[in-house]
Design a protein around this ligand. Structure first.
Ligand code: UDP
Length: 239
């Protein structure tokens, strides 16, 4: 597999074309950004930790029957993935109220709702990724109603698998963001990444935050928190 030119560079990852048009290389970087790129920093080795964490999570999800773009991990920073057309939606799954939902609706962070909450955001940096609903998504041409139904079913399944896995690590999965893509044959697969950059993960015993909120809220020890997630993950998948 030959790495060719840069296709796209995002905040946490860079994507490279390969000599196979159906496959790309995803490189996990050390850059961290928050608040629509207003806050930026380099966290040494974050990319290595996120590559290792998302490798385990993609494999566990695949094992549970969730189709993903992940193919294999090439080295400590790179994954080989299927090339997909990203659906311009961020799907947020919330088991516990935190972050923007707590702020927007005046609910105390940490409140557990009786139901699982699904948010849709339109992926548009220039608009600040606004919160939308299904009808907006269809009107925008982002997805069809049928695709949305499939996306919600996949998000629910992903939540079930991750709740179980993190539960075994004594971590509460508060919320997470996922993105989906269409393969060349029209199949919808989980794309992007699943890592402490995209999930809120609270220690079950101490409530300590082990995710990107440590960076967003200047709590310090970001790398140590990501390292803790990786070491607990390795333990439970090897049991
Ligand atoms: N999230 C993300 N990327 C985004 C926005 C949110 O990965 O661009 C994740 C975030 O890490 C959290 C969940 O989605 O796990 C819900 O985030 P929220 O809507 O509360 O936004 P935030 O408080 O991060 O602005």
């Amino acid at each position: 597999m030959k790495q060719l030119e840069l296709l796209y560079e995002g905040n946490g990852k860079a994507l490279y074309r390969t000599d196979d048009p159906e496959r790309i290389i995803v490189r996990y970087k050390d850059t961290a950004t928050a608040f629509n790129n207003i806050k930026k920093a380099t966290i040494e080795n974050k990319g290595i930790l996120n590559n290792a964490i998302s490798t385990i999570l993609f494999r566990e999800l695949e094992r549970a029957g969730v189709k993903t773009h992940y193919i294999e991990t090439l080295n400590e920073r790179d994954q080989l993935c299927r090339r997909v057309e990203i659906i311009p939606l961020e799907v947020i799954v919330r088991n516990v109220i935190a972050g923007s939902m707590a702020q927007r609706l005046g609910i105390e962070e940490g409140t557990k709702p009786s139901n699982v909450i699904y948010d849709l955001c339109y992926k548009r940096d220039d608009l600040g990724d606004p919160l939308i609903n299904d009808h907006h998504a269809v009107a925008l041409g982002a997805a069809t109603y049928e695709e949305l139904a499939q996306i919600y079913a996949m998000a629910q399944k992903i939540n079930t698998v991750l709740l179980d896995l993190f539960g075994r690590m004594r971590i509460n999965l508060i919320d997470f963001k996922v993105e989906f893509g269409r393969t060349s044959d029209g199949e919808i697969v989980l794309a992007d990444e699943v890592s402490p950059d995209t999930c809120r993960l609270w220690d079950r015993d101490t409530n300590e935050k082990l995710d990107k909120d440590r960076f967003r809220r200047d709590l310090g020890h970001v790398r140590e928190a990501y390292g803790e997630i990786l070491s607990r993950l390795k333990k439970v998948v090897n049991e």
